[in-house]
Design a protein around this ligand. Structure first.
Ligand code: HEM
Length: 140
């Protein structure tokens, strides 16, 4: 990601931050619409889950310019996701639901350039999570 993309992602996250709870709810609604069978992966309270998702995303987005500082936490998150039954294939529909949600709330502000920047941000995070989870799967 270049500097401009990071600035775009950070500024747009600030626009949804005040409505984070609502955005999280919309995100899960959309996710379960496009991938109904993912619902069974979630065992706990979805409101709390949504709050955790948004606060973690906020931290990650805020650290895009110095990713190395949060890489250990992102990798640990990826390993925990493997424990929740999440595989590499699950990350694509989640990306789609997430981008859909951003577009829903940002409307015309969700420009193709911003979308591209978010795709890059998501791929950076998801890539690190998936890589860590896959390393875990290799027997010592
Ligand atoms: C950038 C990508 C993602 C982020 C930032 C993220 C964030 C989180 C966070 C913060 C939690 C709370 C528990 C913990 O910290 O371990 C969590 C739990 C969980 N996430 Fe994710 N997640 C991501 C991708 C995914 C994907 C692709 C799936 C697949 C459907 C998924 C499914 C789950 C499930 C099943 C749980 C546990 C829910 C429960 O215990 O009820 N996540 N996620």
């Amino acid at each position: 990601m270049n500097e401009k993309q990071i600035d775009l992602v950070q500024a747009s996250f600030e626009m949804v931050r005040p409505i984070a709870d609502q955005a999280a709810e919309t995100f899960y609604q959309r996710l379960f619409e496009i991938a109904p069978h993912y619902r069974s992966l979630f065992k706990h309270d979805m409101k709390k889950q949504g709050a955790m998702l948004m606060s973690t995303l906020g931290l990650a987005v805020g650290s895009l310019k110095n990713l190395e500082t949060i890489l250990p936490a992102v990798r640990a998150l990826g390993k925990r996701h493997a424990g929740y039954g999440v595989t590499a294939e699950h990350y694509q529909p989640v990306a789609e639901a997430f981008l859909w949600t951003l577009e829903y709330y940002l409307g015309e502000d969700f420009t193709p350039e911003l979308k591209e920047a978010w795709v890059a941000a998501y791929m950076t995070l998801a890539g690190a999570m998936i890589a860590a989870a896959e390393e875990e799967a290799i027997p010592a």
